[in-house]
Design a protein. Structure first.
Length: 131
C-alpha cells in the first residue's frame, strides 16, 4: 500500500514539474501547430509568403516560376492573400500547411530543394447548412 502511495506521489510530482507550455497546440485542420518557427525554415517562409499581397513580385520571390502554377492559382491567391490570422502546421517532406482561423481556409505550400514554392493547395472549409 505504501509503495502505491509512493508511486502515485512520484507521478504527481513529475506531472507538476513538466511545464504545460511544452505541449504543442493541436489543430483539427493541420495537426500539431508550430508556435515559434525556426529562422530560415520552410515554415517561416510559408508564413511570410502567406502574409503578403500577391502580385508578380510575389511569384518571383516565392515560387520557382512555373507558368502553370502562376496561371492556375493567381485568381485564388489574389482573393485569399494576405492571410491575417494564420497558424502553421509542422513541416513534412518539404511541405507546410497553414490555416487561417478567420477565413477558415487551409493553404499548403510544397517547396523544392531551393526553398521555392513548386505547388500550392487550397482547401476552403465549407460551412454546414442548417437543417
Amino acid at each position: 500500500m505504501d509503495s502505491m502511495k509512493s508511486i502515485l506521489s512520484f507521478a504527481a510530482i513529475v506531472f507538476l514539474c513538466v511545464p504545460l507550455y511544452a505541449i504543442a497546440p493541436l489543430s483539427a485542420e493541420i495537426g500539431p501547430v508550430v508556435v515559434s518557427p525556426s529562422a530560415g525554415s520552410l515554415t517561416e517562409k510559408a508564413l511570410e509568403a502567406a502574409g503578403e499581397k500577391v502580385d508578380l513580385e510575389w511569384f518571383e520571390k516565392y515560387t520557382n516560376g512555373d507558368k502553370g502554377l502562376i496561371d492556375s492559382l493567381s485568381p485564388s491567391l489574389l482573393e485569399l492573400l494576405p492571410l491575417q490570422n494564420a497558424i502553421a502546421g509542422v513541416e513534412k517532406d518539404g511541405a507546410v500547411s497553414l490555416y487561417d482561423l478567420d477565413m477558415k481556409v487551409r493553404i499548403s505550400f510544397a517547396f523544392d530543394s531551393d526553398g521555392l514554392v513548386e505547388a500550392i493547395g487550397i482547401v476552403e472549409k465549407k460551412e454546414k447548412a442548417s437543417d
